[in-house]
Design a protein around this ligand. Structure first.
Ligand SMILES: Cc1cc2nc3c(=O)[nH]c(=O)nc-3n(C[C@H](O)[C@H](O)[C@H](O)COP(=O)(O)OP(=O)(O)OC[C@H]3O[C@@H](n4cnc5c(N)ncnc54)[C@H](O)[C@@H]3O)c2cc1C
Length: 529
């Protein structure tokens, strides 16, 4: 018998669970009689991880796909605008050591190789011994906006419209509650608050051999067995369905990425009108790095470090030094991190999304974007029936595995060009800890800048431009000795450098501060689209 997919059961009510529920219900008309039945079961006893405040610009399309108003989201989730990340003290640890990974592409990206021109210009300028500007500031106008704490748009722009590409910082606990309300009230998702205590699967020979091992239902403490055709494991680090029930192995990558502990605090602002940074600040430390995320009502700050390179007491002392006087009055949360992912993500009729699928250190906020991409793919490719589920599962597994590998490479890239001398940083440069795929790319990039064709997916999490910002931000030099003609289109490139300066001036004279815009949105709202 070929079972049609009529009901999807999601276990877990963290952000992964609600985003997946929302995507599925919005796409498949969960609020109509003939639409998909989406049920989410969430334990009242097992808390969601409760961190995860940095997002990627994909969140804008995710919110829109769910039919969420940007004004409501900003008002209810303490959200602020994020325009990329500033990496301080990653190169040599000195006070003026920083670079940006903005969210706007280099000027003329795809039309000219501005990196080649910038490298040539930099070589000439250095010979003249004059000031050398940063790559991100020369090719993109967003660094200047961030340095001045400005917003990426004004109150006159409609919801989701922009002057400069942006993502959000958000309060993850409030975001989960906001999504829950929207999914229940607008999208027809059924919410069951209960503990899943068992998994019932077809263990004997099934009528249809492909169904052997499929989950028929999950048992709950108070609501009996809840059945469905597809089960989504969003149970966080416990990975109840994929990890515990199916025993899908976890592939650690702690030999590549060494961070294994987070100490997180919530820091109040000095006053209600303190500036809100419009970028994530990531500051290199002796054994890791500190994130600093400005929300409307507080900052989220945390030290992620390697316990092989620092004791907890040393890490607390570094965090205290960063936060200042207030630290002694703050509650510090310690969160263990095991970097890695499941070997496969969709098994039988069960797919894992979020922390149950894997997690890497929060550098570059890659976790929620992986949730969004997974939720989008599951909803757009929802198998119509059991007959086609294995085909979709195979494609999903290949895509997810590719993405995890690319993210691991991209995160590692941040470490390997550092000239910091502490053991954490020198161990990171040990070639035996660098994936071969990244080493191969680095060999190529000696002769040219990262380009789109270096990556094979049409839906990359981090595009070639992101690699350029990190590489040249960290002082890497590509020597175009074999392709000197790469800078033949000098007039066009000069025009792009000039255009960037014009855009900087225009943005600095017209954009409000991040705080000012957020306050206006709270009072008046953005016009809806
Ligand atoms: C230190 C740190 C910093 C991070 N920073 C970022 C960041 O800046 N950007 C980013 O994108 N991501 C970040 N992340 C990751 C981000 O927090 C997660 O990806 C996101 O919150 C999604 O989590 P989740 O929904 O998968 O799991 P959780 O939030 O852990 O939710 C799990 C859910 O499963 C439920 N559950 C568990 N067991 C059962 C059961 N038996 N029965 C019923 N329900 C059950 C729980 O009640 C809960 O609702 C960070 C993570 C950490 C650890």
């Amino acid at each position: 018998m070929n079972k049609l997919t009529k009901k999807v059961v999601i276990v877990g009510g963290g952000i992964a669970g609600w985003l997946t529920a929302g995507r599925l219900a919005a796409k498949h008309k969960g609020n109509t009689k003939q639409g998909l039945n989406v049920v989410l079961i969430e334990s009242a006893n097992i808390p969601a991880v409760g961190v995860g405040e940095g997002t990627w610009p994909t969140m804008r399309s995710t919110l829109r796909a769910l039919g969420i108003s940007e004004t409501d989201f900003i008002r209810e989730c303490e959200a602020s605008f994020k325009q990329g990340a500033k990496f301080a003290k990653w190169f040599d640890g000195t006070e003026d050591d920083f670079y940006y990974h903005p969210l706007v592409l280099p000027q003329g990206f795809g039309k000219t190789d501005l990196a080649a021109h910038w490298l040539a210009k930099q070589a000439q300028t250095k010979q003249k011994n004059s000031h050398v500007n940063s790559f991100s500031n020369d090719v993109c106008f967003q660094e200047a906006i961030c340095e001045q704490g400005l917003a990426p748009k004004t109150i006159r722009h409609a919801e989701f419209a922009d002057v400069a590409n942006y993502a959000y910082h958000l309060d993850s606990a409030k975001f989960a509650v906001f999504l829950q309300k929207h999914c229940q009230e607008k999208l027809g998702v059924t919410h069951i608050v209960d503990d899943v205590i068992g998994v019932n699967s077809i263990d004997t020979e099934a009528d249809n051999p492909t169904e052997k091992g499929d989950i028929i239902s999950v048992s709950t403490e108070h609501n009996g067995d809840i059945g469905g055709e597809l089960f989504v494991d969003c149970t966080g680090f416990s990975s109840l369905l994929l990890g515990k029930h199916y025993q899908v192995p976890f592939k650690k990558c702690d030999d590549i990425l060494f961070i294994d502990t987070a100490l997180a605090v919530q820091v109040p602002y000095e006053s209600v009108d303190s500036p809100i940074a419009s970028h994530t600040i990531s500051t290199g430390q002796e054994a890791g790095w500190i994130w600093d995320i400005g929300l409307q009502h507080r900052r989220g700050v945390g030290y992620v470090y390697s316990s092989k390179h620092s004791t907890e007491a040393e890490a607390r002392a570094k965090l205290a030094e960063y936060v200042g006087d207030k630290f002694s009055s703050l509650k510090v949360r310690k969160i263990p991190i095991v970097s890695g992912h499941r070997e496969t993500f969709w098994q039988n009729n069960c797919v894992a999304v979020g922390l149950s699928a894997g997690f890497l250190e929060p550098l570059e906020a890659s976790a929620l974007v992986m949730v969004e991409l997974a939720a989008q793919m599951i909803s757009e490719q929802l198998p119509a029936s059991r007959e086609v589920m294995d085909v979709v599962a195979k494609r999903f597994n290949e895509t997810a595995l590719y993405r995890w590998d690319r993210i691991i490479d991209f995160l590692k890239l941040h470490y390997i060009l550092s000239e910091r001398t502490e053991p954490f940083w020198s161990d990171n440069r040990d070639p035996t800890t660098i994936p071969q795929s990244l080493q191969d790319l680095m060999t190529e990039w000696q002769y040219r800048a990262p380009a789109d064709h270096d990556f094979t997916s049409n839906n990359e999490v981090f595009p070639a431009a992101s690699y350029q910002y990190v590489l040249y931000g960290m002082g890497f030099k590509s020597d175009y000795c074999h392709t000197p003609y790469a800078i033949d289109d000098r007039d066009f490139a000069d025009g792009q450098f000039k255009k960037n300066k014009v855009l900087i001036d225009k943005a600095l004279s017209s954009l409000p501060s991040n705080r000012e815009l957020l306050d206006k949105i709270k009072s008046y709202g953005l016009s809806r689209i």
